[in-house]
Design a protein around this ligand. Structure first.
Ligand code: ADP
Ligand code: ADP
Ligand code: ZN
Length: 213
């Protein structure tokens, strides 16, 4: 199964990815997670990406595309993968098409998670992430059992620097101008399905699985 999760920041891509990679036994490829891991390790890539992430801007295509290309060549992607947060521009989508053509593989589906801006802002400004394992929680909608402690690994939870309200608003603007055109791009290819992501996360997962079957 080869899936792309599309949708604005806060739509629930990361949350849905957890259920989907378990169900289909495929690797979860999140470019945002890859950048954050690099930043934690203070690599050149991480420090470069941070300049853009902090402003709520997209990291330039050339920095993102080769990371994903390399990742898709790894052994665990043989039977499929889930892309979360990539592609985010038409340029990235075209680069992905080219690479998949070379590998002689196609996408099974592009799932577009749709939701209103007001809910997104509330979700993002209340998002909590585990510093150790990256699991995602929400101070309002999906509280951990113990305050600020990860249910999965016991790690400490933190608020991402780019989840501040002003940066969030900027990210939504960037989404609309640079990522929204992908909806039409994949619609034209006949592989796009839109899901209402404002529902309870279990219901959203059930909807996605129904589409992919
Ligand atoms: P994305 O990866 O698209 O940016 P996340 O999966 O990180 O989004 O979700 C953003 C925030 O919203 C997180 O705090 C998450 O716990 C919460 N969230 C995700 N899905 C739902 C849902 N269906 N209902 C309520 N809150 C949700
Ligand atoms: P969210 O889904 O909440 O927007 P991500 O973790 O996917 O967050 O991305 C965080 C940031 O990392 C983005 O705002 C952007 O700066 C950078 N980023 C992640 N994926 C990409 C991508 N495919 N292209 C460009 N920048 C990206
Ligand atoms: Zn954890």
């Amino acid at each position: 199964m080869r899936i792309v999760l599309l949708g604005p920041p806060g739509a629930g891509k990361g949350t849905q990815a957890v259920g989907l990679v378990e169900k289909y036994n495929i690797p979860h490829i999140s470019t945002g997670d890859i950048f954050r891991k690099n930043l934690k390790e203070k690599t050149e890539l991480g420090l470069k990406a941070k300049e853009y992430m902090d402003k709520g801007l997209l990291v330039p295509d050339d920095l993102v595309v080769h990371i994903v290309k390399d990742r898709l060549l790894e052994e665990d992607c043989k039977n499929g993968f889930l892309l979360d947060g990539f592609p985010r521009t038409v340029g990235q989508a075209k680069a992905l098409d080219l690479e998949m053509n070379k590998l002689n593989i196609v996408l099974n589906g592009v799932i577009n998670l749709e939701i209103e801006d007001e809910i997104l802002i509330e979700r993002l400004t209340n998002r909590l992430v585990c510093r150790k394992c990256g699991a995602t929680y929400n101070a309002k909608f999906n509280k951990p059992k113990l305050e600020n402690v990860c249910d999965v690994c016991g790690g400490k939870l933190y608020t991402r620097d780019d989840d501040k309200v002003d940066t969030v608003k900027n990210r939504l603007k960037v989404y609309k101008s640079q990522t929204l055109p992908l909806i039409e791009y994949y619609e034209e290819k006949g592989i796009l399905a839109t899901v209402n992501s404002g529902l309870d996360s279990k219901k959203v997962l059930a909807e996605i699985c129904k589409i992919l079957e």
